[in-house]
Design a protein around this ligand. Structure first.
Ligand code: HEC
Length: 120
């Protein structure tokens, strides 16, 4: 016995097919509350946040992978050039991940930090 789809069944099928996408959207939104930067945004909330979450992973004096960049008052244009183009072991970062404004903020933040202690 087969009936044509009743209005209700069609509605249920529609809801069932939309539901997974609704879940995906909800989880993307939930993730976005964890930090200020969503995966679709390249603007960081502060130079400090960008430094702590990205740059310091290599550049923190305790890590020592990247050279010391804090407290040297590096010109914004120089920092921007390195971030956009990379430099030997340093990867480049595109504007879709770190926008120009965020690079300016991180350069300012780096200048505000004290210079690292001299190496023995
Ligand atoms: C994956 C590790 C890594 C990350 C992440 C990283 N860097 Fe680097 N960076 C390096 C390394 C290694 C060098 C040194 C390259 C060399 O001298 O050969 C470097 C060099 C630099 C230089 C030049 C330093 C100098 O002595 O003139 C600047 C400026 C710089 N990085 C800024 C940044 C900023 C700003 C960020 C964050 C947006 C960042 N880096 C993230 C590894 C990293």
């Amino acid at each position: 016995m087969s009936y044509p789809l009743s209005g209700n069944t069609a509605k249920r099928m529609l809801i069932a097919s939309i539901f997974p996408f609704a879940l995906l959207a909800a989880s993307a939104q939930a993730q976005n509350t964890d930090h200020d930067k969503g995966p679709w945004q390249s603007r960081w909330s502060s130079g400090e946040e960008l430094y702590e979450k990205v740059c310091s992973q290599c550049h923190d004096p305790k890590v020592g992978v990247g050279t010391a960049i804090q407290g040297r008052v590096l010109p914004v244009e120089y920092v921007k050039f390195i971030v956009r183009n990379g430099f030997n072991a340093m990867p480049s970062f595109q504007a879709s991940y770190i926008d120009d404004e965020s690079i300016a903020m991180v350069a300012e933040y780096l200048s505000s930090l004290p210079a690292p202690a001299a190496q023995p």
